[in-house]
Design a protein around this ligand. Structure first.
Ligand SMILES: [Zn+2]
Length: 211
């Protein structure tokens, strides 16, 4: 699948799964010095490959008639400072709830380790600004995900599929935490418990074949 086709495919999935509504949310995928990004003002389930602009990592428009997403500066900053090859940004409900009420998402489930443990909420700044990009960069350091105060979430991956699955996981973790808060006080996993999970993952159980 070409970079632009990936944006169409995962844009459709994001709408189908209710992760974005209307023209909110944006995706990008990188190959070398070029980044294909979703255009500004088009719903993610209405994209065609030729609608998706291609920019270089310095932010110059290389191909396409439509303007790149207003959040492109944030995407480019994240590419500059991480090993990301794909980025997904949505205004998903539970992610946005956490981003409007908390300063971080604590690890209440061990799958949070897949995103780097605690997910930080980047300080608020107007959408599309270099200031927001800098805040996201800081919150993303050493992580695969960040939340953006009063805005939404952003995840990275080595592929579009990985970045997209990270967004689904981030939303699931936020939902578990928010729903947990309505029932009681969610228990946060300790560093020791999280280290034990990493240890376990590195040393999976073996099952000798029955003779
Ligand atoms: Zn946004």
């Amino acid at each position: 699948m070409s970079l632009r086709e990936q944006l169409c495919e995962y844009g459709r999935r994001a709408v189908e799964l209710g992760l974005v509504i209307g023209t909110s949310g944006n995706l990008s995928v990188r190959q070398g010095e070029l980044v294909a990004v979703t255009p500004s003002g088009v719903a993610l389930d209405r994209l065609t490959p030729e609608m998706c602009p291609i920019v270089d990592v310095a932010g110059h428009l290389v191909e396409g008639e439509l303007q790149p997403s207003s959040e492109t500066p944030m995407h480019l900053t994240v590419y500059e400072t991480t090993d990301a090859q794909a980025i997904v940004h949505t205004h998903s409900v539970f992610g946005t709830v956490v981003a409007t009420t908390m300063t971080e998402l604590p690890p209440v489930h061990y799958n949070a380790l897949l995103l780097g443990g605690t997910v930080k909420v980047a300080a608020y700044a107007t959408y599309g600004t270099p200031e927001l990009a800098a805040n996201v960069r800081a919150a993303m350091e050493g992580k695969r995900a960040a939340l953006m105060a009063n805005h939404g979430g952003v995840t990275i991956g080595a592929t579009m599929e990985e970045a997209f699955e990270a967004t689904r996981l981030l939303e699931w973790l936020c939902e578990v935490y928010v729903r947990g808060l309505s029932v009681g006080k969610p228990t946060v996993l300790t560093d020791e418990q999280l280290n034990a999970v990493v240890e376990r993952a590195l040393n999976p159980p073996t099952f000798p074949r029955r003779l």
